[in-house]
Structure formats: C-alpha cells, structure tokens
Design a binder for this molecule. Structure first.
Ligand code: GDP
Ligand code: MN
Length: 394
C-alpha cells in the first residue's frame, strides 16, 4: 500500500528526520493561506498523488507570491497528472501540499528496500540525487552505495556513518546524516514498510540535511497490526479494479488487455498470461484464486474480473492440487447463474477430481468452451475473443 508524500514526511519527522515546514490544502485559497502560515517568500506547491516524477509532469511548482500559489493550485487541483509512472490515464490531484522552499546545495538519493536476494533490508544511496535512480544506475553505476542490515542486530551507527562518508557529506553534517539514516531504518521496521525513498535528500545552503521528497509503501499483509498506517490509504489513487478485488481478499493485478484470467497459483497465472500473448491476445488481469477455492470464491473472482469493462472473454485455468476441479466447476456454474457472464468463457480443468469437474460443466447445459491443455485453452480463448469482437463490430 502506498501513501502520499505529506503522510510519509509526517511519519519520518517522528523519527527526527528534518522536513520543510508545510501544510495541506484542498483549494487555491487554502494553499495561499498555508503559505502565509509558513511565512517566508518562496514556497513550493506539490500535487499529492501516488506517483513520483511529478516535477517533470507539472506537479511541482516553485512560487514567490500569493498570486503564483493560487495560479499553481488552480491549475493542479482536479487535474489528472500523467507521469511516466501513472500510465496514460494519469492520477487525479485532489490534495496539495504547500511547503517553504529550500535553497539547495546538493541533492542525494536515499532508498530503503527489502532485498529478496539477501533477504535483508538494503540501503541504496547515491550522491547524484534528484533524478530517477534507474537513470543514475545506468549512467553512473559506481556511484551507487549499497549496504544490507543484519536482522539479528539491526542497523548500526557505524553503517550509517560509512554511508554518509561514502556520499561525501561534510564532517559538520555527519551526525545529522547518521540520525537521518538510523531514523529511516527505524521507521521502516516499526511500520512494516516495503519501500522508503527520499529523493532528493538535500543539503541546504544553511547547512541542514532535509527530506525534500518522501515516498513509503507498506506490506499489506502487516496492515492489520498497523491501524495508523492502514487509515492513510487513499483508494482514489488506486486502480478501481484492484481496490474492488483487494477489498474482497483476492490477489488481483489489473492489466490493459481484454482476456480476463481466473487461475490458481501465481506461477500458473504468469504462464497463462504468457500463453495468451503467444496466442495473439492480451490478458486483462492477473488473478490468483489460491488453493482450496470454494464455489463462492470462484463466483467472487468472476465478479472482480467482470468489474473491468474491457473484459471480452474469460479464461479459467485450474491445475488442481489442493484445489478440487469439481468445486471450481460448481463455482463456474454458480457464477454463470448468479453473476451472469456476458462474454465467451473458456475453462480448462486439470488435476484433482478433473473428470468430475468436466462432467459438471458438460451436464450444466451452459455455453462453456472447454480445453484440456494450457496451450489449447489460450488458443481457444483468443479465438473466442476474436469472434466475439468481430460479432460486436458487425
Ligand atoms: P517528484 O518529481 O515527484 O520526485 O517530486 P520532488 O518532490 O522530488 O520534486 C522534484 C524536484 O523539484 C526536486 O528534485 C527539486 O529539484 C525541485 N524542488 C522541490 N522542492 C524544492 C524546493 O523547496 N526548492 C528548490 N529549489 N527546488 C525544489
Ligand atoms: Mn522526488
């Protein structure tokens, strides 16, 4: 789960990380009022959306008068900001964050991630901040500092100091940098974060170290024990298809194609999506129905897949180990009766109780295209989709 910049900054400030003074605004008037509360003569108006790279997309505006703040806020509020991370549909700006502007001496990149290879929290830092880390990694791979934390002892002060020295931070700021790094680490662990990124972390002309931007995302499996984080969720920033599915306990990722997928197992789901592509189609989603899927859960999955109005064919692919094909078949029939499936349906059942499952489908009298192998299922799904869309066009 992602949160907004202002929320991440608020969390980090509890861990003694310096942030610019700022305030939230929902209207241009409020934005100007925030600036007057903050004081000074230069401010930054920042669109709060769940995406980075807002600067290049017009979502960050440096202002030096009331008039400019009102104009910037007026242009951003209610607009859809398209960054290279949002996709073409963009993200709606409904909150702004107004901050005192900082005089920047240098910009640093700082990230904390869970590194799957070492199974540890990894700190990634670079003295060339401000840009996307991917670009830095490509242009100057040697400039990137990486360190992992031993989970037995946690992050140590010496590690933080080593990173700070590696970044070429002035002696006078080493203490501040160490506090910042240790604070990030504690916040990461205390809140069950999956990612924490400060880009840029800036050295100001006044000689302070300030988080100018902040991004955090959290492990959804831990949200039950982090109610304060859970309530920061902003569903308006999420793909509505994914919100619908996750609210119902389904593991779903929305994609851009037209063939809806209901599959058991993440690996089989990936393989099926590949097979659909090889057959000439495009998957509309990833959906792992999980082991032991009851007829209710199958019907629920149909609802989630059909929630996406671009779906023009559904492919159910079950390789049943823990699952039972007869249960899945009952779920399919239940969905056809209760949900109504207005598009072609291809079903492939294999594994535990598959004869029983196939019999249930055959005897249902419903219009179901059956397949025995994965390749056959993908071919039939793409063929069904082609004739369905041809029929719609005619
Ligand atoms: P992002 O584009 O979504 O990553 O948004 P950021 O908050 O990182 O802002 C993008 C860029 O705007 C930063 O890298 C800075 O160069 C610039 N910027 C943001 N805030 C300030 C500020 O207070 N003063 C100055 N001079 N530049 C700023
Ligand atoms: Mn940034």
């Amino acid at each position: 789960m992602d949160i907004h910049e202002y929320q991440a900054k608020e969390l980090l400030s509890r861990y003694h990380i310096h942030i610019p003074r700022g305030g939230l605004a929902y209207s241009p008037e409020q934005a100007a009022y925030r600036a007057s509360e903050i004081g000074g003569d230069r401010w930054v108006v920042k669109a709060q959306i769940h995406s980075g790279a807002r600067g290049k997309a017009g979502g960050i505006k440096l202002c030096s008068s009331d008039h400019e703040i009102v104009a910037a806020a007026d242009a951003m509020l209610g607009a859809k900001l398209v960054t290279h991370q949002t996709g073409a549909q963009g993200k709606l700006v409904s909150r702004l964050y107004v901050e005192e502007a900082m005089d920047i001496e240098r910009e640093i990149y700082l990230g904390f991630v869970l590194d799957r290879k070492s199974e540890r929290i990894m700190i990634v830092a670079s003295s060339s901040g401000g840009m996307e880390i991917e670009e830095i990694a490509e242009a100057e791979p040697d400039s990137i500092i990486r360190a992992t934390v031993d989970p037995g002892v946690g992050m140590q002060d010496f590690q933080a100091r080593e990173i700070a020295f590696g970044l070429g931070i002035d002696n006078a700021l080493i203490g501040r940098a160490t506090q910042t790094l240790m604070g990030c680490y504690r916040a990461f662990v205390d809140y069950d974060a999956a990612m924490l990124e400060i880009n840029p972390l800036v050295v100001t002309r006044r000689g302070d170290l300030v988080a100018l931007d902040a991004k955090m995302s959290f492990d959804e499996n831990a949200l039950f024990r982090r109610p304060h984080i859970a309530e920061m969720r902003d569903k308006s920033q999420e793909d509505p298809r994914e919100t619908y599915a996750s609210d119902r306990g389904l593991s779903y990722v929305g994609l851009d194609g037209n063939i809806g997928c209901i599959i058991n197992g993440a690996g089989l789901a990936m393989a099926t999506m590949d097979m659909i592509k090889i057959a000439g189609g495009e998957p509309a989603n990833f959906l792992d129905i999980g082991g032991g899927a009851s007829p209710d859960r199958v019907a629920k999955s149909f609802r989630a897949v059909l929630h996406d109005k671009n779906v023009e064919t559904i492919l159910v692919n079950i390789f049943a180990g823990i699952n039972r094909c007869d249960w899945v078949a009952e779920g399919v029939i239940k969905a056809l009766k209760e949900v109504g499936v207005p598009v072609p349906l291809v079903v492939r059942l294999s594994g535990t109780n598959m004869e029983e499952g196939r019999r249930i489908l055959a005897e249902s009298g419903e219009n179901i295209i059956v397949a025995e192998t994965l390749a056959e299922a993908a071919d039939k799904a793409v063929a069904a989709w082609r004739s369905f869309t041809a029929g719609k066009a005619a």
